[in-house]
Design a protein around this ligand. Structure first.
Ligand SMILES: C[S@@+](CC[C@H](N)C(=O)[O-])C[C@H]1O[C@@H](n2cnc3c(N)ncnc32)[C@H](O)[C@@H]1O
Length: 190
């Protein structure tokens, strides 16, 4: 099932809203990170730059084949060899299990612009199970201000709410970051 309000505008417009490399670095993705998993990888906006920062493999999961096709085309154009794409629903345990066909361990998981979904705590719980001990999980989301895009205000989580959900999922809160102009980030460790 595709999560509520999880569509995006054209890639060109979508990618004016972020500075992916700077966001990833702020949320402590670095060359010491081996394997990386991007849940809801969309156009590859974060997955592709992340694959160039880490030392191992980058895996993207998305339920939308159209977005995966766009992402796959970009990967081919750049001839990136360390990215794997999985077509599936990240609420489904079987989809998440597929990750282990590509990597035995996951050191970093991103849930970017995802936690306005119907069951955010469940998504955090399931994905956190895939993380290595001391692995990191980064969340970004739209601020609850007027922004040029983003889900309905009523379903945007606050940084505090994200922190509470992460802690309920058994993760240790590390920090909240301002990712101006439109986003905030929250980083956890397992
Ligand atoms: C708002 S977009 C964010 C994309 C990307 N994370 C980014 O920030 O650029 C939400 C993404 O989640 C994907 N998605 C929605 N429901 C999903 C599900 N059940 N399982 C996996 N991906 C899903 C959508 O297809 C879309 O690519």
């Amino acid at each position: 099932m595709q999560y509520r309000e999880s569509g995006m505008p054209d890639m060109e417009l979508w990618e004016t809203f972020f500075d992916p490399v700077s966001f990833l670095k702020t949320l402590e993705l670095n060359p010491h990170t081996n394997n990386y998993l991007d849940v809801g990888s969309g156009f590859g906006t974060f997955l592709i730059p992340a694959s160039k920062i880490i030392s191992g493999s980058a895996i993207g999961i998305d339920v939308n084949q159209e977005y995966l096709d766009i992402c796959s085309k970009r990967i081919g154009e750049e001839n990136l060899q360390n990215i794997y794409l999985i077509h599936g629903d990240s609420s489904n345990e079987k989809t998440l299990e597929t990750v282990t066909q590509y990597v035995s361990e996951v050191d970093y998981i991103s849930l970017f612009n995802m936690l306005h979904c119907e069951e955010p705590l469940e998504l955090l719980n399931r994905t956190a199970q895939l993380l290595n001990p001391k692995g990191k999980l980064g969340v970004i989301h739209w601020k609850s201000n007027k922004t040029p895009r983003g889900p309905t205000m009523a379903i945007r989580p606050s940084p505090r709410k994200v922190r509470d959900w992460g802690e309920q999922a058994g993760l240790t809160f590390l920090k909240t970051s301002d990712l101006s102009p439109y986003h905030f980030g929250v980083l956890f460790e397992k």
